[in-house]
Design a protein around this ligand. Sequence first.
Ligand code: HSE
Length: 370
Amino acid sequence: MKPSVGIVGWRGMVGSVLLQRMQAEQDFAHISARFFSTSNVGGQAPLGAGVLADAFDIDALAACDVILTCQGGDYTQEVHPRLRAAGWQGYWIDAASSLRMNADAVIVLDPLNRSVIDHGLETGIRDYIGGNCTVSLMMLGLAGLLEAGLVRWITAMTYQAASGGGAQQMRELITQMGAAHAATADLLADPASDIMEIDATMSATLRSDALPTEHTVVPLAGSLIPWIDRDLGNGMSREEWKGHAECNKILGRAADAQIPIESLCVRIGAMRCHSQALTVQLTEDLPLERIETLIAQGNEWVHLVPNQREASMRELSPVTVNGSLQIAVGRVRKLAIAPGMISVFTVGDQLLWGAAEPLRRMLRILVERG
Ligand code: HSE
């Protein structure tokens, strides 16, 4: 019999991308899907799947073998404990971060941690949580080096897209771009206008109330925001903390065998691709060609971009990678700072491999396991 899968949060951005991918991979042929809603109970479910069930109805949820949720952390915190308290033994697959670091949860990124997932399934773990987008995308890009045990430590300087902050930040970014252009359009139309005047007008516009900043807090268009997620009070953002904590958990590394990972996370005006400038200290001073081969062979999604100007500009770009499962990896260079130290630049779609795809694949693992 096909497993019954309750899908929650399918209308949001990650949920929509997830549904598209599930349709593209014909996942629905292998499951009996029931769609839940927090706001439109009784409404029409997508894909002709009857009517929407109540996402807060514990009995209805408990009738599912698997719950797949992109509804967000507040929903998880409210519903997951109640469902477990009611004795539900099904599998909970979640895009939100709330349960990630729990001892009885596995962070899923199967191209790198299939053995951790399988061990979890064999030992009765029932919560499978998608990782932070930045972490998953970095790990897929460096998979060949990580799996060969060649990574001593990593620093990640990130360039994170607006989508990571949610759909409203994406909309606001474009509106900010429009307002900035509108304020300078007359000057731009005049080839003889003074660039200093254009700059002054632009700057005054970015600092004024003309720009909506309800969701980005400060302007993102024409600027950047060097802080993502909560302030942990120790000089670190929660996004930066996740780099080390989640990567090591995904790899199943013991406390005394951790790979140190430090980050500085920055929001930029890209739509949905997160980029990262990585410095990696390898455990061996390998030849560059060997390093490139290992990276390129890391998994089928890595696209190694030659470290050349034209190729880097065109292929190692959030614009190019947007909407694809490709993980572009380039700017691979040995650094003069120390033997075995390299630079790497990665670009990946934050909604696909950064969010929806690991969840979709986890569901498929469950389905194939029977
Ligand atoms: N926290 C990430 C960001 C997205 O703000 O870009 C979710 O993993």
